[in-house]
Design a binder for this molecule. Structure first.
Ligand SMILES: [Zn+2]
Length: 298
């Protein structure tokens, strides 16, 4: 558990060791030194080299102190069902299969269900957060944390075909993860190639517009307090994937019908290839890009 914004942040369950205070006395005061000791689980010792467990909402003390809305409870339940698929021998594969199988199932009952599934749901939200926890993607606490990682774990998007919309994203939030940058740069490049003839014929060039990138826990807390998002980072099972830099938003404004149709078809195809998990929101596409491998950062 980590205290965040004066509240209890249900951090992913990394407490596989307990901290025991070893004390010795001298003649003036009692001196205590904190020592990490492996925690026992039943009869078995937990080995230090064992993979740390993933976030498990059953460890979160869900009591009177945690006031979840019905929407947040539904997200928690979806997360809970998803995270059960993690095993030590199959750390990410079974979860990825589960998430995309569920997405396909939501899309299957006719055209209306298909488009409805792409507009998001509590299940989708829970499953997206489940992917972030499964890959153990760390979140960024505040601006200082983001600044520390700029140029390292967090990178800028530099592509002639991408516009990072400056009036939407402050300079210190124009960062994402390297695999997200590569995905977006590739997508924008392909969109440009596809429409190159029209653009040569004098049509106005429209870049791929990115309207939101990384957010810190502090930024996210403001959104939650203003009632704009249920993705409350005090709870590991709700926390927005924007805080890990692994998702971003692509603006729909002024993109035009043709480009929107192309982009949507491409995002659907990439989702079917398990590269991304995305939803269509009112003014943008929210796109979570799966990391290339287990990250183990949390
Ligand atoms: Zn988003």
């Amino acid at each position: 558990m980590v205290l965040l914004f004066g509240s209890t942040f249900a951090a992913p369950a990394t407490e596989y060791t307990s901290v025991r205070a070893e004390c010795r006395k001298n003649h003036k005061q009692k001196l205590c030194k904190k020592v990490k000791k492996p925690q026992r689980s039943g009869k078995h010792k937990v080995r230090q080299n064992k993979l740390p467990p993933v976030a498990d909402p059953s460890r979160v003390p869900l009591g009177a102190k945690l006031l979840l809305s019905s929407k947040q409870e539904a997200i928690r339940d979806a997360f809970s069902e998803c995270i059960r698929h993690v095993t030590e021998t199959n750390r990410t594969g079974a979860v990825v299969d589960f998430v995309f199988r569920e997405q396909t199932a939501r899309e299957e009952n006719g055209l209306r269900a298909f488009w409805s599934a792409l507009r998001g749901s509590t299940a989708h939200h829970g499953h997206e957060v489940c992917l972030a926890r499964t890959f153990r993607l760390r979140g960024y606490r505040d601006l200082a944390d983001i600044r520390r990682e700029a140029g390292g774990q967090l990178v800028e998007i530099s592509s002639p075909y991408v516009e990072v919309v400056s009036k939407e994203i402050p300079p210190d939030r124009r960062f994402t993860r390297p695999w997200v940058r590569d995905y977006i740069a590739g997508l924008a490049h392909d969109m440009h190639q596809h429409f190159a003839l029209e653009e040569q014929a004098g049509e106005h060039f429209v870049p791929l517009r990115v309207t939101s990138m990384i957010r810190s826990f502090e930024d996210q807390a403001k959104e939650v307090r203003r009632g704009l998002s249920p993705a409350d980072c005090r709870y590991a099972f709700l926390c927005s994937t924007h805080t890990s830099g692994s998702s971003l938003d692509l603006g729909l404004k002024d993109i035009g019908q043709q480009k929107r149709a192309w982009l949507e078809a491409r995002l659907i195809a990439d989702q079917q290839k398990h590269k991304i998990l995305f939803i269509i929101e009112r003014s943008h596409y929210h796109v979570f890009v799966l990391p290339p491998e287990y990250m183990g950062e949390e």
